[in-house]
Design a protein around this ligand. Sequence first.
Ligand code: SF4
Ligand code: SF4
Length: 222
Amino acid sequence: MAVPGRGLAKGLAVTLRTMTRRSHTAHYPDVQPELPPRSRGVIALLEENCTVCMLCARECPDWCVYIDSHKETVPAAVPGGRERSRNVLDRFAIDFALCMYCGICIEVCPFDALFWSPEFEYAAYDVHDLTQEREVLREWMRTVPAPPALDPAAEEPKELGAARKAAEKAAEKLAAEAAVREAAAVEAEAAAFGDVDTAAASEAAAEAPETSEAPEEKGETS
Ligand code: SF4
Ligand code: SF4
């Protein structure tokens, strides 16, 4: 059975209860909020890694990733080699007025060129100003936290293993070249000393008869 005024009493009870609680008002922008470091604020672009494969633009459900590019011919690395062509990024923009922060573009990027950044202060008065170009997306990379350290017991990633082996090979090659250079320098030095000794020996040989005859002469006279 409905008791008259029950709803009013409940409402007043809630009011009284919350009146005695401490408020949790955030004084933003005077005080910055303490967000978890991996907050999904916005999408940042590591341009160096982007190969303009267009996967992110194709997979985005909102079609809000805009990419323009052109092809460039790279001359052959060795004489007689084949010229290559590569994509050069002209424009990379994301319309954050359309983006629904699903993260699909980040997940599908095969070259680790897109990252979540905790940045969130990009509000604009005009909706058109929410399209952020590559310069801004690149700047946001500064706010992306470093990846967590690998588990020490984890298997070494293939890329790291390949890079380590290449670095070891290069170091060995450099050491071998340095050893060859050092041996050549020692040989050249020895040859130079040999020339000096030969010249000294010839000089001594030229002077030898006079000096060797002297004692005999001395002996004869004595
Ligand atoms: S987060 Fe989702 S909606 Fe936003 S750009 Fe990436 S794929 Fe598109
Ligand atoms: S998926 Fe990655 S590499 Fe491909 S265009 Fe997008 S950001 Fe660039």
